[in-house]
Design a protein around this ligand. Structure first.
Ligand SMILES: [Zn+2]
Ligand SMILES: [Zn+2]
Length: 318
């Protein structure tokens, strides 16, 4: 069936408008609200507990992912260009402008566009950082206290106050036309300051199913998944990798939608060009996202797709 693009665009526009309308109402008690921080970063709160996923506010002019992918430098960027051997330096002002508090930080993998800001956020908010051994070793290098660290490998299903968290084994986006592969892990015993290279061994990749009483949110940090790990999950919201490398994967969107039983809401993640500041135009990335919207419309027509704007609250219905 050929999708009606005009109708679809209208549906999206109407939905975005209705979300905006909802925002004008006071956020209801215990309402779950999401905010896109750019790259694969999200803030998810129910008013009681605030969970960050891969928060990355610094958006440095860093090295591009192998094969390009969603990050590429733009002409005229006057900011200093990072080399792998440079000290990883978070933009404290950018972080502090947007992150006031957090209870948990979930890290999907140890790449700089996912972890650069996490030590500062952990030290500032005293949030518990959940991630792989590689992630936790980076935290240790920055002297994040051990009691704030929960090391996971995938398969854990933990109960916390007010929510539960299933840690899902996953795999990294197939960058560089499937040639990307990393078995590197950040070792124990490192001491800050670390170079960009030292905070960039993938260390394995995880996804997270966050279960609040009224919503289940499945968060990916990129464009790939292990299909059998998703069997039986029924999230109503999926933060779904929508970068170009998903096109390297067989029936990426269709299989995911079927496996998750057609979630009510899909929020594309890791689709923007993260090598440019927040103010820069994301028009090319937004245009590239159109094919993702079409894939969802075809494979899961009842799923509402919200293209997130940076820092704009997205309240979930009850
Ligand atoms: Zn990565
Ligand atoms: Zn990434």
């Amino acid at each position: 069936m050929k999708p009606c693009l005009t109708c679809f665009a209208f549906t999206i526009a109407a939905f975005v408008a209705s979300v905006a309308g909802t925002q004008e109402n006071a956020v209801k008690r215990n309402q779950v609200v999401l905010k896109y921080l750019g790259t694969a970063g999200w803030e998810i709160t129910n008013g009681t507990t605030t969970i960050l996923v891969d928060p990355y506010l610094s958006r440095i002019n860093g090295p591009a992912p192998p094969g390009g992918g969603s990050g590429h430098p733009i002409a005229g960027d006057t900011r200093r260009a990072y080399k792998w051997t440079d000290i990883a330096t978070p933009d404290i002002a950018a972080i502090d402008a947007h992150i006031q508090q957090a209870d948990f930080v979930l890290v999907t993998h140890t790449h700089y566009d996912h972890i650069l800001d996490v030590p500062h956020i952990a030290l500032k908010t005293r949030a518990t950082v959940i991630g792989t051994e590689s992630t936790e070793n980076v935290m240790r290098a920055y002297r994040v206290p051990e009691e704030q660290l929960i090391t996971v490998r995938g398969g854990e299903d933990y109960q916390f106050q007010g929510f539960s968290l299933r840690v899902i084994p996953s795999i990294h986006s197939p960058l560089d036309h499937k040639h990307y592969f990393s078995s590197a892990t950040a070792p124990p015993g490192m001491k800050a300051p670390l170079t960009l290279e030292q905070i960039h061994p993938e260390g394995g990749t995880l996804a997270y199913l966050i279960r609040f009483p009224e919503h289940q949110i499945l968060a990916f940090g990129g464009n790939n998944y292990i299909e059998r790990e998703l069997v039986g999950l029924e999230p109503d919201v999926v933060l779904m990798g929508a970068g170009a490398s998903r096109n390297e994967i067989y029936d990426y969107t269709g299989r995911l939608m079927r496996d998750l039983h057609y979630p009510a809401v899909a929020l594309p993640t890791h689709w923007d060009n993260f090598l440019v500041p927040y103010e820069a135009s994301q028009q090319p990335a937004l245009e590239a996202l159109q094919s993702f919207l079409e894939e969802i419309a075809i494979s899961s027509p009842k799923t509402k797709v919200i293209v997130p704007k940076y820092f704009q609250p997205i309240p979930l219905g009850k």
